[in-house]
Design a protein around this ligand. Structure first.
Ligand code: SF4
Ligand code: SF4
Length: 387
């Protein structure tokens, strides 16, 4: 694995003799670093042998229906084990990570996030979703990396993938030494924790494979498993996505199970708890890119303010954001659930806290409409809590 720590070297001074030389990797690593990537490693995708066991575990997972309504995860199993099928002649995957903590994140960001979760008036949006959509940001930069390599090494085949192809990204990243898979199922490393995105640039260049696998440093820790609000982990390393708040608030269309609604708290898009409490995330790093800067004050905004955004405001404010894809009705559905939870919390804990329950009731009623039956269902549930 090469990381941005080699930045002090001058690219021009590195002479590349063959594609498989260490120098070629150093150059690619420097270009990647200049494009905002935090780490890179080279995975071998010529042989499918190393993916046999991970695919078996993946198959067991989808056979248990833990993927919920994400039916696309059941497709293309053969390609997941043979990623070389995604690009003619593909030999390697240049695996990249990109830190995403926004600029201006304070030192005590974890304490602040935990405090926000306990405030019934505030909306909590997953940190990664407060800025621009990482899919677009990374894919553009990966494609640029491909073009830079091509200009230097000669024309070659490449394909940039960021959640856009059936790849076992975490396995490829783990096998090539970008980190270890934590008990919370995410990739971690000691330099960056887990607050980074993963991407892959598939290529037919025969680059030297990174072999330095990183040993798992979760040890006896179980913080992520213990803290999960919905107890979504079946066991360490196995997540039942159907119970996960990230799935429920982003992927789940339609009605959210009533038994799970109170556990969602004020999380209206995604959930960070199993990362927030992970001890390795004290090493999470701020992004070099402005793309992940917080937009629309989404790190300090009330539920009622967001609930009152018109449909037009929703589309304008979330242009270029990953939030846009859940659509206006599910956005309001999630906020209605959070408002229902706020009512309960205000009743139980501190009746002097603003806004009064009567204001929440009025705002919920205002949103009742025939246009959105799913939203109505959740508003009626939330109104029931106001009594
Ligand atoms: S994202 Fe939240 S709900 Fe999902 S597994 Fe992690 S802690 Fe649990
Ligand atoms: S919280 Fe603990 S067990 Fe979970 S991923 Fe982090 S180190 Fe591993």
């Amino acid at each position: 694995m090469f990381n941005s720590g080699v930045n002090y070297m001058s690219i021009e001074n590195i002479k590349v003799t063959t594609f498989s030389s260490e120098d070629a990797l150093k150059k690619i690593s420097l270009w990647a670093s200049n494009l905002g990537f935090s780490n890179i490693s080279i995975a071998n995708i010529e042989s499918s042998k190393e993916l046999i066991y991970p695919l078996k575990k993946y198959q067991d997972w989808v056979n248990s229906e833990y993927n919920g309504d994400m039916h696309f995860l059941k497709k293309n199993l053969k390609i997941r084990q043979n990623p070389q099928k995604l690009l003619e002649g593909a030999k390697r995957a240049i695996m990249v990570s990109m830190n995403y903590l926004p600029n201006g994140t304070p030192e005590d960001w974890r304490e602040k996030e935990i405090k926000r979760l306990a405030d019934p008036n505030n909306a909590t949006i997953s940190i990664y979703a407060r800025g621009r959509d990482y899919h677009r940001v990374m894919r553009k930069r990966l494609a640029k990396l491909g073009r830079i390599i091509s200009a230097e090494f000669g024309k070659f085949g490449f394909r940039a993938c960021v959640d856009s192809a059936p790849l076992l990204e975490v396995e490829l990243a783990e096998q090539s030494g970008l980190g270890w898979r934590g008990k919370n199922t995410l990739l971690l490393n000691k330099q960056n924790g887990s607050l980074f995105f993963l991407g892959a640039l598939l290529t037919d260049l025969p680059l030297t494979v990174s072999k330095k696998k990183i040993s798992n440093s979760c040890g006896t820790c179980t913080a992520c498993l213990d803290i999960c609000p919905t107890k979504a982990f079946v066991s360490a390393y196995v997540l039942d996505a159907r119970k996960c708040i990230s799935y429920l608030t982003i992927e789940k269309k339609g009605i959210i199970d009533e038994s799970l609604r109170p556990l969602i708290g004020n999380r209206i898009y995604g959930c960070d708890d199993c990362q927030l409490f992970c001890p390795w995330n004290k090493y999470a790093n701020v992004s070099d890119l402005k793309d992940f800067d917080v937009r629309n004050g989404l790190d300090e905004i009330t539920l009622l303010e967001l609930f009152n955004w018109s449909e037009e405001q929703f589309f304008i404010n979330h242009t270029g954001s990953p939030i846009l894809r859940i659509g206006y009705e599910n956005w309001l559905r999630n906020i209605a659930i959070a408002l229902g939870n706020a009512v309960n919390s205000l009743k139980n804990n501190d009746s002097n806290k603003k806004p009064p329950i009567s204001v929440i009731r009025t705002n919920l009623k205002k949103r009742l409409t025939k246009k959105y039956p799913i939203l109505n269902h959740h508003i009626i549930w939330a109104l029931g809590r106001c009594n």
